[in-house]
Design a protein around this ligand. Structure first.
Ligand SMILES: C[S@@+](CC[C@H](N)C(=O)[O-])C[C@H]1O[C@@H](n2cnc3c(N)ncnc32)[C@H](O)[C@@H]1O
Length: 310
């Protein structure tokens, strides 16, 4: 259970307010990098902080895709867009509401985990990375996008004394409430602590400036970005960085048939009914509403009880 603050997107118009506001270049450049880093196919993938499922098309090679997010309303939008079946009519998508500090999945379950534009909402990023490492199967792949504090714009602003925090300091900076930028070296160290080995790094959004976007067609900027992304192996000065990491080969895989893990007590003994799941160990109930598993309500109830008890 988590007592950490959460950046709550419930009811937000993220899709239209953010992505409808002139960010086609960022979206396309990000997809180029993700295609380069993602294993194209696999059995099971989860995107943590999936929002309305913007990136679903990139996951088409997976037998099962789990959209995980704290905001029920984001996943409702994802459901409207993608439903639960793939093009062959077989069930493909699962929708799970919960907290990335208390992932409700058994250890060793996923071939691939992605986090894109979401870690910057984590006040305790190392805890999130530990959770990711736990749910990856042996040699599973984690693709992470993170906001880079040491980017050219922030360096220039710092040198011109228009920004008080140093982009060279390794600690995360909270530039707005529950919005953090990270130093690449800090992220690399936290990934290593979580047992994840970085295999490849790409820099993304080299041209995230209004001036460039006004002067050049989006396709040209995306083509240039594509050319420059591999320089991530040498230096990382863009606002967005993507890394592909791999989990150790000697960790256990999830036993066949195991799937959810109770985020309240950690038990993997959950019994299934038409309206949800019940934890056989602690009795917590997790509802299945409109095709979306809700692991958040029980966490909040538990937190409320503890606060009352205290
Ligand atoms: C900026 S959006 C990114 C959505 C998607 N990954 C994309 O790139 O379009 C960040 C998402 O993180 C989710 N989020 C924030 N805190 C979370 C938490 N504690 N647990 C799970 N999801 C969280 C928000 O609900 C939101 O949908």
């Amino acid at each position: 259970m988590s007592k950490r603050p959460i950046c709550d997107y419930e009811g937000s118009a993220y899709r239209t307010d953010f992505w409808g506001a002139g960010r086609e270049y960022e979206d396309r450049a990000e997809r180029v990098a993700l295609r380069r880093l993602l294993p194209p196919a696999g059995r099971r993938l989860v995107e943590i902080g999936a929002g309305y499922g913007r990136l679903a098309a990139l996951y088409s090679g997976y037998d099962e895709v789990v959209f995980f997010d704290y905001a029920f309303s984001q996943l409702e939008q994802a459901w409207q867009l993608w439903g639960d079946s793939g093009p062959d009519g077989r069930p493909r998508y699962r929708y799970v509401v919960g907290d990335f500090y208390a992932l409700p999945f058994v250890p060793g379950l996923f071939d691939t985990v992605t986090i894109v534009r979401t870690l910057h909402h984590a006040a305790d990023a190392p805890a999130v990375l530990r959770g990711v490492s736990r749910i990856l199967r042996p040699r599973g792949v984690f693709v992470l996008e993170f906001a880079n504090k040491r980017n050219l714009k922030s360096i220039a602003r710092y040198l011109l004394r228009r920004q008080d925090w140093s982009p060279f300091d390794h600690e995360p900076v909270e530039f707005a409430e529950l919005n953090f930028d990270f130093h690449p070296a800090w992220i690399q160290a936290r990934l290593a602590e979580a047992g994840l080995t970085v295999e490849r790094t790409l820099t993304v959004s080299h041209f995230r400036l209004g001036l460039f976007k006004r002067l050049f067609p989006t396709g040209v900027l995306v083509a240039l970005d594509r050319l420059m992304q591999p320089t991530g192996a040498l230096w990382r000065l863009t606002p967005s960085v993507l890394v592909r990491c791999v989990a150790p080969a000697d960790k256990p895989a999830a036993p066949e048939g195991d799937y959810f893990r109770c985020p309240v007590c950690g038990s993997t003994a959950l019994t299934t009914a038409a309206d949800g799941l019940t934890c056989a160990a602690c009795g917590a109930f997790f509802a299945l509403r409109d095709g979306i598993y809700d692991f958040k309500t029980a966490l909040l109830e538990e937190e409320g009880n503890e606060q009352q008890a205290g």
